[in-house]
Design a protein around this ligand. Structure first.
Ligand code: ZN
Ligand code: ZN
Length: 403
């Protein structure tokens, strides 16, 4: 066997592909799962789910991988706290191959506290966390997090609101809310986007984006969901060029896009359009927006980071649907869990999905399980028992050479 691998290596080397000793080749995915009720995060490796690590938090978490998976951020909106965990898996470019370094995950002792942390965006090494009742975003250095250091700065907004600050070419783009007085501490409505210099001074005009909600990067573009359509931003001649892409006439009226995910592997976005549709967006494509019909209301959706031509939606009947981005249609569906109705509170325990290489992981809070589904044929690979009510999750890792 060794001989055969060695022989293959020589063949590859002749063909100009770097020679890689397969004994050092490692693939590792580490899963972080937040509980719906208990203030904790459970972490385990997919290759050894019996071994797990537990991290205490102040409350329920939404989990985000940042700094290329080197760290995980646990945002606790109802408990005014953000925790940070060094993931223990670092995958980085080593020229012709990727390197992987693996150690135990480790929580930073320092936390961020502030009024109602909510949306998080990670871009260009900046991890921006909006504090909705503070009127600012804390921007954390992603690379320092992977080394266990918490370094943050604040970017101020016009008024406190449920918004976002986005790193943009040595400065920022921030959501802007109405400055009219509001009743009973209600959050003011969002009206648009403003460019800020690195030190927070406004540059140029406010760009209208009524009810701004949802933001994502892909390729050269940044997108925001708005009532009028989807606002695209691209840097042209040293300045952000804003363009509103209206919802097509053919789309059912009365809905908007309020959540967006952006592809890393190609220029494409997947958004919601109300509860029963997704929209595939290519800012330079024709058509720009394509509607995907879902058979039931959506619970969660994501883009496959490996097979970039597909995304997945999980719907309230307990089914997972594979969506072709090219044809904007469902190509395969399977039943994964019991139904989880979208009636009731928005934050009731319901499944969430995340990717681990060629598997999709689905939390099943009622059964205390994380299901593993193959992206190849949607077959069930197995499931992992996670005590409590597994809810939000994220996965870090990948493959590389350990040397
Ligand atoms: Zn290397
Ligand atoms: Zn939101």
């Amino acid at each position: 066997m060794l001989n055969r691998i060695y022989g293959l290596g020589i063949t590859l080397a002749i063909a100009g592909v770097p020679l890689v000793a397969s004994a050092d080749d490692l693939t590792r995915y580490r899963v972080f799962v937040g509980d719906h009720k208990a203030a904790k995060v459970t972490a385990f490796d997919l290759s050894d789910p019996q071994t797990h690590w537990l991290f205490d938090t102040a409350g329920q978490v939404k989990l985000y991988p940042v700094a290329n998976g080197g760290a995980v951020v646990a945002v606790q909106s109802d408990d005014d706290q953000v925790n940070f965990i060094q993931s223990g898996i670092r995958v980085f470019d080593h020229g012709g191959h990727a390197d992987i370094e693996i150690s135990d995950p480790l929580a930073l002792s320092e936390v961020l506290q502030g009024p109602r942390p909510f949306h998080l965006l990670d871009h260009d090494g900046h991890v921006s966390i909006n504090f909705d009742k503070g009127g600012y975003a804390a921007v954390v250095d992603g690379y320092e997090l992977t080394k266990g250091n918490l370094e943050s700065q604040q970017v101020s907004q016009n008024v406190a609101h449920h918004g976002v600050v986005v790193p943009w070419h040595n400065g920022w783009l921030t959501s802007v809310a109405s400055e009219e007085p509001m009743d009973d501490g209600k959050a003011p409505p969002r009206v648009g986007v403003q460019q800020l210099s690195a030190d927070g001074a406004a540059i140029g005009d406010l760009q209208a984006c009524t009810n701004l909600h949802g933001e994502a990067y892909s390729g050269a573009y940044l997108m925001f969901g708005c009532k009028e359509g989807v606002l695209s931003v691209k840097q042209v001649s040293g300045k952000p060029q804003f363009k509103m892409l209206p919802y097509p006439e053919s789309f059912p009226s009365g809905h908007t896009t309020g959540t967006l995910v952006g592809s890393k592997g190609m220029q494409a976005f997947l958004g919601n359009y109300g509860y029963e549709h997704l929209v595939v967006i290519d800012p330079e494509g024709q058509p720009t927006m394509q509607l995907v019909d879902l058979p039931f209301r959506r619970v969660d959706f994501q883009l496959d980071p490996v097979d970039v031509m597909h995304g997945y939606a999980f719907t309230e009947n307990g089914a997972l649907h594979k969506v072709s981005l090219l044809d904007a249609e469902i190509v395969q569906s399977i039943k994964v869990t019991q139904p989880y109705s979208m009636d009731g509170h928005w934050n009731d325990p319901r499944p969430r999905i995340a990717f681990a290489g060629d598997e999709i992981l689905v939390t099943d809070p009622r059964q205390s399980l994380v299901h593993r589904i193959s992206t190849k044929d949607l077959s069930k690979v197995g499931s992992v028992k996670v005590a409590g009510e597994p809810y939000n999750l994220t996965v870090v890792g990948g493959s590389g050479v350990s040397h």
